[in-house]
Design a protein. Structure first.
Length: 561
């Protein structure tokens, strides 16, 4: 295959340790160990996608088997071994994809093959990519050979999910964690490649590519490849065109939208969002960028332009800095929590576009929430008397979150704080009294309802059969659907509610039917009773195929009079 026809990620794949970017410590450590002839039995490379795990594995294989030795490693003119390894056809360097060969039989074949020494090279090397995909039995079969392999045999593993590899395997390897590539380093790298390819793209486009790739070299090269092929050679690809190509939008639109939210301009907010949506931006991408912008608004004072990973240009940075001073931190944190909740809702909503519009409308109203004054119990009588009077909500200029008056203010009167405290104390006393009167199974269900312990109530009603209920002692039997943590959860809640310890025992006796079973049995009895009635028989004579499936008691007509 002609090198010029390759995609950029393959064409500019590093061939030596000097070509690697962002992994200087790893490259130096491995190089020194080979020079000192202290080569481990197995290497383990881990990290995110596209940062050079498999590439580093091949460079290690070249360093171990290069005909010129590690000190004179081939760079331009490759020796026979380095050429074969680069082309993945060396007889002594076997590359295996664990995603497609996961079984113990594949590993046994590998071990059988390892019994024979290298043919043309110094070492026989097994490179296993995505090693976490191997089965448990396959890992176990590999352990002995991995710990005490022949002198000529070396293993090199690569994985994106280190936690899925058994610790017994990890402990037998020399582990290297490859880091994400820093933004500036990746920017300079793809800029050099753009020049070599005679590409015509602005620096802002390259910065956008760096941001989208999230530290992955392969992702960055794939995006650059796409960008350079989009337009003619005589036209420069600008940021606006690149954003359309990659499905991203101008941050200044989002900053303007954020500003309009605080001004309460609902129509303009929706118009900007619809423009962004019409550019092909998916709701999840939009909301993730919205979260990123919230982060910058909250932390802009502790950041600098270079520290934003090319997410913001100078103008955007200055706009955020100017606006952030007018918005308090509590509002931004509230927005953050609300946005995270909306992100979860997108998975269960069929029309995500409408959901996003409602999200923005809710934010406009959410920002109008004011902080209610908290009054201590020890306040002086004069203060209490002055607050006791019910009065319309008065809004100070300092209370506005954005320095702009809200379009709508609260109309009517609000409950005074003393009233709300009295109601709260009364409710608490009722709940406290209720919890002290847990002297039956039905009482327990009522308390679960009042305390909003829905899951606990569900288990009690459906999966528990009561055997006995005495003074702080409950004996039950249960079915196979009962939650495994039910006993622990019920004990903790009873202690929390009554401040006394309860004894909950399990019985072999069947016990009373569960509440759910009682409902089912009652319905069956009602249905059977109705089937014996003359009205039902009359209906069957006229409609022989009719089937009675439910019975509901007749409402008392006197209540409607």
């Amino acid at each position: 295959m002609n090198k010029n026809t390759k995609v950029l990620a393959l064409k500019y794949r590093p061939q030596t340790f000097d070509d690697l970017i962002g992994q200087d410590v790893v490259a130096e450590t491995i190089s020194n160990s080979i020079k000192a002839n202290k080569v481990p039995n197995a290497y383990l490379f881990t990290g995110i996608r596209g940062i050079g795990k498999t590439t580093t594995a091949r460079i290690v294989a070249k360093s171990l088997n290069c005909s010129n030795g590690i000190d004179n490693l081939c760079k331009n003119e490759l020796c026979e071994n380095c050429t074969a390894i680069a082309n993945s056809n060396h007889i002594d360097v076997l590359e295996m994809d664990a995603a497609s060969k996961t079984g113990v039989d594949d590993v046994r074949d590998l071990i059988e093959f390892s019994r024979y020494g290298p043919t043309t090279a110094k070492y026989k090397i097994f490179i296993i990519d995505e090693v976490h995909m191997l089965s448990k039995q396959a890992f176990n079969a590999l352990l002995k050979t991995l710990e005490e392999p022949p002198e000529y045999l070396k293993f090199i593993f690569a994985t994106t999910e280190i936690k899925k590899i058994p610790i017994t395997v990890v402990s037998r390897c020399q582990r290297f964690d490859l880091s994400r590539i820093k933004s500036l380093e990746l920017f300079n790298f793809i800029k050099e490649i753009k020049v070599k390819e005679n590409g015509n793209a602005s620096d802002d486009v390259l910065k956008l590519i760096v941001k989208i790739s999230e530290g992955s070299v392969r992702d960055a090269l794939s995006l650059l490849d796409r960008a350079l092929l989009t337009l003619d050679k005589d036209r420069e690809l600008d940021l606006t065109s690149a954003q359309k190509i990659f499905g991203y939008f101008d941050k200044s639109q989002l900053i303007s939208l954020f500003e309009l939210i605080f001004e309460g301009k609902e129509k303009q907010v929706l118009n900007i969002y619809r423009e962004i949506y019409n550019q092909g931006v998916e709701p999840k991408i939009f909301i993730n960028d919205f979260l990123e912008l919230l982060y910058y608004f909250k932390n802009i004072e502790s950041l600098n332009i270079e520290g934003t990973n090319f997410s913001l240009n100078d103008e955007e940075f200055n706009r955020i800095q100017a606006i952030s001073g007018k918005v308090n931190s509590e509002t931004l944190i509230l927005f953050w929590q609300f946005t995270i909740k909306t992100l979860e809702e997108l998975d269960i909503v069929s029309n995500q576009h409408l959901s996003m519009e409602m999200f923005l409308i809710r934010l406009i109203h959410l920002k109008g929430i004011k902080k209610v004054l908290n009054i201590d119990n020890e306040e002086v009588p004069e203060q209490r008397e002055s607050i006791n009077h019910t009065r319309p909500l008065q809004k100070k200029e300092d209370d506005d979150l954005f320095g702009i008056k809200d379009k709508a203010e609260t109309i009517g009167q609000m409950k005074n704080i003393v009233q709300e405290k009295d109601i709260k104390i009364k409710d608490n006393k009722e709940i406290e009294l209720q919890t002290k009167l847990i002297n039956s199974f039905d009482n327990l269900l009522e308390v679960c309802s009042s305390k909003k312990e829905i899951k606990l109530k569900y288990e009690l009603e459906k999966n528990v059969n009561l055997v006995s209920f005495e003074n702080k002692r409950i004996e039950i039997s249960f079915n196979e659907d009962l939650d495994k943590d039910f006993i622990k959860d019920l004990s903790l809640k009873l202690y929390e509610w009554t401040s006394e310890r309860w004894i909950i025992t399990l019985s072999k006796t069947k016990g009373q039917p569960s509440k759910k079973e009682e409902e089912i049995n009652l319905k069956k009895e009602l249905i059977e009773a109705v089937k014996k009635s003359q009205i039902y028989n009359d209906i069957l004579q006229k409609f022989p195929d009719a089937e009675l499936i439910d019975v509901r008691p007749k409402e008392d007509e006197s209540k409607n009079d």
